[in-house]
Ligand binder design. Structure first.
Ligand code: FES
Length: 172
């Protein structure tokens, strides 16, 4: 991660986000009710949720950072560490195992040249396991951003990754 990115993660939350959180909290019986959406908005803006941003969000919502961190770490789709531009969530539950998840995972790791839990050196992809995606009838399944894929066979990996890469470059 570059120095500029580090600076962004340690910076004050932008005032528009702080105001949004205040408005959301005002409409909830308990500020905790706004917590997941607030964290989602932080992640949408910065790509992940740094300690500094978590602490500031907790303060606005009237919660302790520990309480809010407990909520953030419970949800697989909220990231507490920097991630790549595209996060690949590969299902790691039983139907997908039975349908060959291991082979798909190995092919993905080879194609991206990383292990599960890592990010590619160009910052394009992070590969993470996730519990059942509810796509068991299309196992093995994976999620990239908001797009659900399945069944994903090892031989499908090259085309899927190349396609995501080229879309990234189109939007760059
Ligand atoms: S077990 Fe993989 S999608 Fe349900």
């Amino acid at each position: 991660m570059s120095t500029a990115d580090n600076t962004a993660q340690n910076a004050e939350l932008p005032s528009d986000l702080v105001q949004t959180f205040r408005d959301m909290a005002a409409h909830e019986h308990h500020a905790r009710g706004a917590s997941i959406e607030a964290l989602r908005l932080v992640q949408e803006r910065f790509g992940w949720i740094s300690d500094a941003h978590l602490a500031q969000t907790a303060q606005v919502l009237g919660m302790t950072p520990a309480d809010l961190d407990g909520i953030a770490t419970y949800f697989n789709l909220l990231f507490r560490k920097p991630v790549g531009k595209n996060v690949i969530m590969l299902c790691d539950s039983v139907s997908c195992w039975l349908m060959g998840q291991e082979q798909t995972r190995d092919r993905l790791c080879k194609k991206l040249q990383i292990k599960m839990g890592e990010t590619t050196s160009d910052g394009e992809f992070t590969l993470l396991p996730i519990v059942c995606l509810g796509h068991c009838d299309h196992a093995p399944a994976m999620l990239i951003g908001k797009e659900l894929y399945g069944p994903v066979r090892p031989e499908d990996i090259d085309a899927i990754i190349d396609d995501v890469r080229s879309k990234n470059h189109d939007h760059a």
